[in-house]
Design a binder for this molecule. Structure first.
Ligand code: PLP
Length: 300
């Protein structure tokens, strides 16, 4: 029921002195659901169904990839839904929110103001107690322990790609929102005794928070990763001309749709890092999806 295998292919115009660059097409795992989310849900939804959960309480931003993903699966599995959404500065029926509203009625939304957002988990759990049916609170980014075994499938799938290709990767670049997918990759590779170095591009939070989460989710801090920050358009969700140029470059040089929030920033930082640090061997960049947000931006 869940296809979690995606292809790897070579990139045309990435640095080629001493390094071979490849992309993992997790963006192709789902049309409406980004690859990293599909992996998480592949273990989370079977768990919810097994537990007899009938109501999903989703914590998200109105434009988030995860809201859109969670709604699709909630409807597929006929769960009731309440969405606790952070009130945006200006609500527009655009982008992911426009698509999410196809799945979501007005009365199923609880708007949480920005100054109340720090209490959103509490608000959601209070709401959970008022439900007449069994419910589950889905944290931001679907980063809950029950999603870990699904998210770890990325590491296994890379090993399968390596068997097909006949070589292994020394360097793996991944983007990070909540950091859950990156944690799972790091854990999975450690368990499989894979020796690649993982480069985590922290798009939304700092290294200290990421390390605390590793302790929380994995129970230990592995040694096989380093953290990078975006060097341009640093704030999460911000887009500048450099990133727009990267979107266009990825389209024209590589034939790849790279969204400006996650993928374009990852490709930009990976290329820059590979160049400046003169990496050698085989490098893999994980394209986790997010393509549906692309029409919402201007690229001029
Ligand atoms: C959610 C998402 C991420 C971030 O995943 P985390 O596990 O929260 O770090 C990265 N890329 C895309 C396209 C996403 O939708």
């Amino acid at each position: 029921m869940w296809n979690l295998s995606s292809r790897v292919h070579r990139l045309n115009h990435f640095p080629d002195a001493g390094v071979n660059c490849f992309v993992k097409r997790d963006d192709e795992l789902g049309c409406g659901i980004s690859g990293s989310k599909l992996r998480k849900y592949a273990s989370l939804f079977p768990y919810l169904i097994e537990q007899g959960i009938q109501h999903l309480i989703i914590i998200a931003g109105p434009q988030s990839n995860n809201l859109l993903a969670a709604l699709q699966l909630a409807r597929e599995f006929q769960l009731k839904v309440t969405a606790f959404l952070i009130e945006p500065w200006k609500l527009e029926l655009q982008g992911n929110y426009k698509l999410s509203r196809l799945f979501l009625e007005e009365h199923e939304i609880v708007w949480v103001s920005r100054d109340q957002w720090q209490n959103v988990n509490e608000l959601a759990h209070t709401h959970l107690l008022t439900l007449k049916e069994p419910g589950f609170v889905l944290q931001e980014g679907a980063s809950v322990p029950e999603a870990m075994s699904g998210a770890i499938s990325l590491a296994n799938d890379i090993m399968i790609n390596e068997q097909t290709l006949g070589f292994s990767f020394q360097h793996i670049f991944i983007d990070s929102g909540t950091g859950f997918s990156a944690s799972a990759l790091i854990k999975g590779l450690t368990q499989l005794n894979h020796r690649a170095q993982v480069y985590v591009v922290l798009l939304a939070e700092n290294e200290l928070i990421f390390r605390n989460k590793l302790t929380q989710w994995l129970g230990f801090i592995p040694q096989n990763f380093i953290c990078l920050y975006p060097t341009t358009a640093r704030a999460f969700g911000s887009v500048n001309q450099t990133i727009k140029n990267e979107v266009k470059r990825m389209a024209r040089e590589e034939g790849i749709l790279a969204d400006p929030i996650y993928a374009a920033k990852l490709f930009y930082e990976a290329r820059k890092y590979i160049n400046t640090h003169q990496l050698k061997g085989n490098a893999l960049i994980i394209h986790s999806g997010g393509t549906l947000t692309m029409p919402g931006f201007s690229y001029q």
